[in-house]
Design a protein around this ligand. Structure first.
Ligand code: C5P
Length: 222
């Protein structure tokens, strides 16, 4: 199957779970494998797009034809995305970005003693919300990993972050979300909802890119 073309579209994709250091040996992380973002990157490149992947650490190989930029923290991801955003036609934010980071990173490995340890966390920038604030022509696509009120929460994010599309997953399902090879969810735009059955992540990526191409075509007709 060929899929719709994305020839010459510049697409920035983020993937993986950010790591927020506590000290030289420890970090706060999450269960994102990076599979969804990498799969979208691979399929977009196959369709002729010029793809840049800004990725937090994963065990995955960079797909053929994709330029990969490695980062660790949300702040680093924010900086790289902001440097690159102006030249993109489409930005797809599949990364699981830590909302908080340790306020101070200990210079040396923290030693244990008998008392409890308190680590103060401060907010990370919301990369996608910042992109939404400054968006002009660009197409912005987000992901929403939810454990309750899937559609309502995803629609709220679509609106608040000024997105064109959002792919909502129920992370409590064992065939969707983090670490699985399949995904199940719903693609929500400003005008409609497309419910996806349980599908391999390749097929989810394909459907998402089809929707993006449709939106671009509709814009072209206006
Ligand atoms: O608000 P929530 O984290 O559920 O939103 C998910 C979407 O926002 C994802 O597309 C994620 O990549 C993006 N995000 C971000 N920066 C953050 C938090 C989330 O870009 N600090």
């Amino acid at each position: 199957t060929k899929g719709l073309e994305l020839t010459d579209q510049r697409i920035l994709i983020t993937a993986g779970g950010t790591q927020e250091p506590i000290d030289p040996v420890r970090f706060i992380g999450n269960h994102s494998s990076g599979k969804m973002g990498y799969t979208v990157a691979k399929e977009a490149a196959r369709r002729g797009a010029e793809v840049t992947l800004v990725t937090a650490p994963t065990a995955l190989q960079t797909p053929v034809g994709v330029e990969s930029i490695q980062v660790q923290t949300a702040q680093q991801m924010y900086e790289r995305v902001m440097e690159l955003q102006a030249e993109q036609d489409i930005i797809i934010k599949a990364a699981a970005v830590a909302d908080y980071r340790p306020q101070k990173i200990a210079e040396n490995k923290i030693k244990k003693d008998d008392s409890d340890l308190v680590i103060k966390l401060e907010r990370n920038p919301d990369i996608l919300a910042e992109l939404g604030n400054r968006k002009e022509e660009k197409l912005l696509v987000g992901f929403a990993a939810e454990s309750e009120d899937l559609i309502a929460n995803a629609e709220e994010k679509l609106e608040r972050k000024n997105l064109d599309l959002i792919l909502a997953n129920d992370i409590t399902a064992d065939d969707a979300g983090f670490g699985t090879d399949t995904n199940r969810g719903i693609i929500i735009s400003r005008t409609d909802r497309e419910e996806l059955p349980t599908l391999p992540k390749e097929e989810v990526a394909s459907r998402l890119l089809d929707r993006i191409t449709n939106l671009l075509e509709r814009r072209g007709e206006q």
